[in-house]
Design a protein around this ligand. Sequence first.
Ligand code: PHE
Ligand code: ZN
Length: 854
Amino acid sequence: MSKIVEKFLKDYKKPAFKIETINLTFELFEEETIVTSVMKFIKVDESVNELRLDSVDLELLELRLNDLKLQESRYQIDEKSLTIFGIPSTFEIQIKNKIYPHKNTELEGLYKSGDIFCTQNEPEGFRSITPYLDRPDIMSVFTTTVIADKMKYPVLLSNGNKIECHDSFDERHGVTWFDPHPKPAYLFALVAGDLGSITDEFMTLSGNKITLNIYCDFGNESKCFHAMKSLKEAMTWDEQKYGREYDLDIYNIVAVDSFNMGAMENKGLNIFNSAYVLADMDTATDANFMGIESVIAHEYFHNWTGNRITCRDWFQLTLKEGLTVFRDQSFSADLNSKEVQRIEDVKALRERQFVEDDSPTRHPIQPKSYISMNNFYTSTVYEKGAEVIRMIHTLLGEKKYRKATNLYFESFDGAAVTTDDFLWAMSEAGEIDLSQFKRWYHQSGTPKLEVKESFEGDTYLLRLKQVIPNAVDGTEQKAYYFPLKMGLLDENGEEILEKTLIISQEEEEFSFDGLESKPILSINRDFSAPIIVKQEENNFAFLMKHDTNSFIQYEATQNFALQTINKAINSDEIDEDFVNSFGHLLDLDVDLSYKSLLLELPTVSAIMQTQEKIDFDTIYKAKEKLLYSLATAFKEKLVQIYNQNHFPLSIDLTTQAISQRAIKNRVLRILSALENEEVAEMAKKQYSESLTMTDRIVALDILENIHASYAQEALEDFYKKYKTQTLVMNKYFAILASSGRDEVLQRVERLQLDKVYDEKVPNLVRSLIGSFSRNHKYFHAQDGSGYKFIADKIIELDKINPQMASSLANSFKIYDKLLDRNKKLLEQELKRVVSTQALSNNTYEIINKILMNA
Ligand code: PHE
Ligand code: ZN
């Protein structure tokens, strides 16, 4: 067993060597791959005489230094490295080694997804391909030759431009790629396969013609057009909004089915989880289309924020991820609806990041240490990181922000830098002192803001207090600097003022005079800071009705609903005021996508965050009861909205069509709380007559939950139609594993034996096992069966793919907030997992944190 090493940011040391160029040759065979690497080194630190290259389980065939074969006494190999002794000042190293991609189930390094050879090297995958200084501050110029069977692998790709084709061999052929931009090894990529593709072109602002290719399995070409459209939109947007152009002649995207994450920004050769490329109206939902648009843009934007300017070390991950998420969020907001996008962003942040920030795995957006870097691709680093960039954008304003990003690009192009370097550019061009603001990078946990109001004479007094949680190790943390956008309304709902306050003290007061009567406060408009606002008084109903800020109108609705649900938990009564306010929402004349968000009740995760000790049974009961009251009170109106917006034969992807599907499906879901024959008929009809996957999935989900026999029919039909399309089967598994029906666990267990299911494909694991772990009703079952099942899966998956296992392990992180009876059951399982033989570092790190910090 390899020993557990914790890495610390404070231990960072500059590399003692540079690698000027690397020349790679891959000879791909079915059972093995031979890798030859020729690297030109320069010694930076003359006092160093040995070279330690990162390398995992190296099978070395040959090692040369300046063309001389090295004696065994000149080097040493262990599980994690290859060390060479007696190193001159400038030198060339040549390594030949053997790897086994077809046996690689971890999906890191070079592996096979179906019949496609592909790579995933972020953060530390390259070291399992060939020995290297596998750290992002080593940037080198890569030349790559790929050689493989001509028939089986006609398409051979790597980064940069194609410079040579080798067709002299009989059954085999080769291609050489050259990438002129120095890059870290984590951006290296290789693909070999027999692939279909679509091609297009993009003309950059300065007149360069770029060839755009999207590769996929044969037969899926027609599903790539939305991705291509999104790519071109992203390219145009980055030119206009950030002045950034693409910098190679070719941009390739390859869709593969087995991928641990969403996608990867490898230079000039993005590799994507096929779920974020392939879509058509018959097989993908509107949400899938949006997801593709945003991930395609995200990876494209990385070309400047991540690739041209990269991270010095992995502790700086948010430098590229926070910024790039902020960029993709802004892009989606510009292309679609700003107000809907903002709400969706905040919803996602609260659903996952707030939970993480209040758990034993909480960490700053710039973590201080890690055992497995793979565990730090978190919603904190990504989504909270994006909120931090958004605050900078708010503090600077659009114009200065653009000046500051220009300065960042000009100053650090081609370099591997830190978040401090980024903040330097922001404060320099933004003419602002960000020293206190920096705490957002180094402190963890979500700050609370306590709000007290008073009114005397004609003066309104606003008193604010920041309550800052301790770090996970108990360290006290300090007050933050942030923009707080607020508004005041008069009693008729007229806006008195809107202002962005700058908060920097633990306690602060703001007064507003010349007011006739006590104003109504609208605070943290647009969610200007990622905080939790605690108000003494509330005016939810008023703000729902009158606030001009769409985010606050949504927020007030959610808060009112949360309050109503919590009252129902305690008293079993439904607050009539909420029901009435909800009725007003139904009549609002607003964008229908926005309206469908207003009509959505808080998720179970949102409700659970308001509880000291989480009792899922009472949460479900209260939420169902509220939904039932709403459906009963407004049945006619809801049916009317449904009928006005249901166009089963439309397969349009226009904003109008999407928003009509959104509102229609929202009201159908509310109506489904009635669980009667009439609603079941509506869902059944929608399932069979609608031509879009969006409509079919909602109908199927409703039937599954309210009508066993209709559900059976529809599920059988669905399975028959789509069993050959894994992306659609993911939806099928997710519906069944998220179901509220009895015996879900037994069904999940059975579904694992289904022909379509495959434990080696992360998407399928996420949709079946992952969905079950979010199905709180059964995951937290009082006989402990849910915990035991997931613990077993963690242990099993850990041997196949540690990243899959540790992401499942994250479902245990609310441990400390569970009722005692649940804690007892779970503790047993946590201990069982952590004491498993040969457990991966990934899983160990997560489970151990949960046990230690509970
Ligand atoms: N860097 C990728 C992104 O954010 C995510 C990723 C990380 C993919 C690690 C694979 C492995 O787009
Ligand atoms: Zn990213």
